[in-house]
Design a protein around this ligand. Structure first.
Ligand SMILES: [Zn+2]
Length: 242
């Protein structure tokens, strides 16, 4: 009897132990589940935030894509070459005042071989011309001066491509280099390279954004630079001026 009683007690204890073990396992399983769920929630939250950041970035990018560039502060000289601000009147056919994003620098030559057709005389000429004609550009450079005719972030008409979406007029800063007989052309190239490097920095442009007029309308401009095969040399000058 006594032995049987002991056996029964042992069995009872063994079952209690079983129940306790099962309870502990269930509790551990619950704890694991809770941890897993918490991790899942955390992971989902991170995914959501990343997605949100990507969407916000995309929207901002789209909004900024064609927003006009703020104009870089005016400078009085670049590498010792005086920069003279002599704007043509706003609201004229040559300077309608349309704001734009700066994406390119468009290099030209005036093609004007008349005597004294330097930067100063082109500034005076443009002011008259702009009154009646949609013909304009941003800078004229000779061997000793740079004239600034129109703010960099306003449309001018120099690339021969009207207001084409990816065109030179709508996205470019037009620079004319003088070719008059009194002018030192090599010095003009150096001055233009210095101005180009300055503008690249101001508008965060790369060397690939420096274009010829020819790239936009096919015109043989800048003529001397193209004909003499010196375009690559000019690009090297720009890089060296950076
Ligand atoms: Zn041109």
């Amino acid at each position: 009897m006594g032995t049987r009683g002991n056996e029964a007690a042992d069995r009872g204890e063994w079952m209690d132990q079983q129940i306790r073990d099962e309870q502990r396992e269930r509790e551990q399983a619950r704890k694991r589940n809770r941890m897993r769920r918490r991790k899942q929630i955390r992971r989902r939250r991170i995914c959501f935030l990343v997605l949100l950041a990507l969407i916000a970035g995309g929207v901002m990018g789209l909004l900024n894509r064609d927003r006009p560039s703020p104009e870089a502060p005016a400078v009085a000289e670049i590498n010792g070459i005086p920069v003279i601000q002599d704007y043509i009147a706003e609201g004229t056919p040559g300077r309608p005042g349309t704001k734009k994003k700066v994406k390119f620098i468009v290099i030209h030559e005036t093609g004007n071989t008349g005597s004294n057709a330097n930067a100063a005389s082109h500034a005076a000429y443009l002011k008259t011309e702009a009154e009646t004609e949609a013909k304009s550009w941003h800078y004229t450079v000779d061997d000793h001066e740079i004239y600034h005719h129109i703010p960099d972030n306003e449309v001018a008409f120099h690339a021969g491509d009207q207001l084409k979406e990816d065109g030179g007029n709508l996205n470019g800063i037009g620079i004319e280099m003088c070719v008059n007989p009194e002018n030192d052309y090599d010095q003009t190239l150096k001055n233009t390279a210095a101005l180009t490097a300055h503008l690249m920095k101001a508008y965060k442009l790369s060397i690939e954004d420096v274009k010829k007029h020819q790239d936009f309308s096919g015109k043989n401009c800048p003529e001397n630079l193209i004909e003499s095969g010196r375009w690559d040399e000019f690009i090297e000058l720009v890089k060296a001026s950076q």
